[in-house]
Design a protein around this ligand. Structure first.
Ligand SMILES: *[C@@H]1O[C@H](CO)[C@@H](O)[C@H](O)[C@H]1NC(C)=O
Ligand SMILES: *[C@@H]1O[C@H](CO)[C@@H](O)[C@H](O)[C@H]1NC(C)=O
Length: 306
């Protein structure tokens, strides 16, 4: 029963009982007029009591409404507090850049910016994911799309930590305009930030001949320093025109071979197919990214390891 229905019932009950008493008195009295006056007075009395009850009712309703408004205000404050807490949580986990849920961005080399990739990779202590450094980091640098603005190589502090017991796999991917062109997957457990990049650790690659080819003269991050050939995967030197390989990051323009005279540095040169090529027929990627996947037991929402 609603409040107004309650009030109405009360009114009817009072009306019926009161009126019945007055009516009874009226019927039993010979001087009918006076009794009628009494009955009118009783009705007026009832009416004024009803007005009082209704006024109380209105006051109650107002209080209820203002309480409801206050409550709504509080719950919107509460949900904004909850939102803030959630945002803080996602900022913390977004402290590292993730791809496809499982892969954390450890490094991104940007072609053509005039700074050597190798120097950035080995720049121990430089972390583009430090909060203060991030404040000046173009968002393009946290993507794999070389068509978005980025003026540097992105180096995560993960490179210096390299928690090799927790690292499952390391993946190197070449991109053009945000599209994946080639990839290599390495086993990361027990490696360090330089040694994971090796043929022994290679698990699989879009270059299907890479794992099985023997006698490679280079497969290392350091590569061939005097020629500025880094992240170098090469099968053989055959006096320049017939040099064959899969990947090289050219960090400097001076070169012995014609194929290495690139228009800009760094240049990310690769065999654009599923097998090695002579360097005369390489192609250029605009981004080279290195990702790390952690073992399934690693939980970044935990403060510590159980
Ligand atoms: C990148 O790809 C988009 C379409 O996916 C195209 O419109 C754009 O021209 C491309 N940019 C470059 C630099 O290739
Ligand atoms: C990369 O960025 C360019 C420029 O914004 C865009 O046109 C292109 O579609 C992007 N590529 C991918 C694969 O999203």
């Amino acid at each position: 029963m609603s409040r107004s229905e309650g009030v109405l019932c009360l009114f009817l009950a009072v009306l019926v009982c009161g009126f019945t008493a007055a009516t009874r008195r009226f019927l039993m009295d010979e001087s009918g007029d006076e009794t009628l006056q009494e009955a009118y007075a009783a009705i007026r009395d009832l009416d004024s009591r009803l007005q009082t009850v209704m006024a109380d009712n209105d006051r109650l309703r107002e209080r209820l409404e203002s309480t409801e408004t206050a409550l709504a205000g509080q719950s919107s404050t509460l949900s904004s507090v909850q939102r803030d807490v959630q945002n803080m949580g996602s900022r913390v986990s977004a402290d590292f850049v993730w791809y496809d849920d499982d892969w954390m961005l450890a490094f991104r080399a940007t072609a053509g910016i005039g700074r050597p990739v190798y120097d950035a990779w080995t720049d121990v202590g430089h972390h583009d994911d430090d909060p203060m450094t991030r404040a000046t980091l173009p968002c393009g640098c946290t993507t794999v799309n070389g068509s978005l603005p980025c003026d540097r190589h992105y180096r995560s502090r993960l490179l210096d930590l390299w928690p090799s017991a927790s690292i499952d796999e390391v993946r190197l991917v070449l991109y053009e305009n945000g599209t994946e062109k080639e990839h290599l997957t390495f086993s990361g457990t027990g490696s360090d930030y330089m040694s994971w990049f090796s043929q022994e650790r290679l698990v699989e690659s879009s270059w299907t001949d890479l794992k099985s080819t023997t006698g490679l003269n280079y497969f290392s991050i350091a590569g061939h320093p005097s020629e500025g050939r880094r992240f170098f995967i090469n099968h053989a030197y055959n006096s320049c025109p017939n040099d064959v390989g899969w990947l090289v990051v050219k960090d400097k323009q001076s070169e012995t071979c014609d194929w290495g005279h690139v228009l800009h540095v760094p240049a990310i040169l690769y065999a654009p197919s599923n097998h090695e090529v002579t360097w005369e027929s390489f192609r250029e990627a605009d981004v080279m990214a290195v990702f790390v996947k952690f073992r399934a037991s690693v939980d970044f929402n935990q403060m510590c390891l159980n």
